[in-house]
Write a protein of this length. Sequence first.
Length: 386
Amino acid sequence: MRIGVDVRCLIEGRRTGVEEYTLGVLRAMVAAAPEDRFVLFANSRAPMRLPVFSSSNVEMRVFSVPNKLLNLSLKVARYPKLDVLARGVEVFFVPVFRLAPLSFKCPLVLTVHDLSFVRHPDFFSRKRRLWHALMEPERLALSARRLIAVSAATARDAQVLYGVSKDRISVIPSGIPAAMRPLPDNDPRLLAARQRYGLPERFILFLGTLEPRKNLDGLLEAYRVVREAGLPHALVLAGVRGWIPDAFFARIGEHPYAADIKLTGFVEDEDKPAVYRLAELFVYPSFYEGFGFPPLEALACGTPVVTSFNSAIPEIVGGFGTALVNPYDPEELAAVIIERLREHLGVAPEVSANTREMYSWERAGSETLRVLRDAAMGKERHENRH
């Protein structure tokens, strides 16, 4: 088949959850289906930082129209048709909500990661809320021949909030890189990562996009209680800044233990196993997740996890002995952090191995390919994993 893939989300070189998903599932599909041809569509007037695809079954269709002009045309005129720009494809895969008008004959397969912007619009800036509205997510979801949800929780949201029929949704969890595994104590990458990011000797780690949905203010409050209980650990907040107000950083400066709160900025993929391994505890108190990569990555690297009992998180990591807490209660969060640090609870090797096995990109890619083929041939939904 000729499979069209919208890779506009990759043009800036960012590597947050959506980009990780797009790259991971695309590379797995390209490797698994050498007989198929993947036609990648991208557009930007500005310089693009697209990843390199050297496989012979990948064809790039890159354009340089100003994105504001293209989006206006896609929204108002429903033109141009993206499958036509891809020089004819049998199915078109859109891995994140984006305006994607297609010819009538070309089926759309859309991945839905979460509907947090519907459930919790207060967690987003006005600019982000406007962006989501302009992308017409409900219209896209209802027009897609098949919908891929990265969790059963996201599938339920698509049914309840958008009225998507269950028989058009396939639940295919995302994957995590195979490199996410425990490093031995003498691995030189540990010292290199500690020096590169200025990591303290003993610390609690958060890794993810810095944004209100991640409940970082609750984590700051819990950290105060942890320190007042006599524990000496620093708090490391690792990851790129998202749509979080400047006031958050002012609150860090005013924190009674501000000297022990470290902001690392972006962590390179190759450094993540070492950063996870160096932490004594990984804490991810998010208010809402459609999937949740970081807790899985931490478990795969052998680092114990404290995270939230809500949205998709219990479904994804609840079976691995993870501590689940109410994210709206900083006192409860602090109590569990203190308990875990004092008891020095580790992660069993079989838990790390099972995490990598259950959430592999190879599995996600093969199941996504099956959905794309079924959509192209008009077949009914295959059975969900969950």
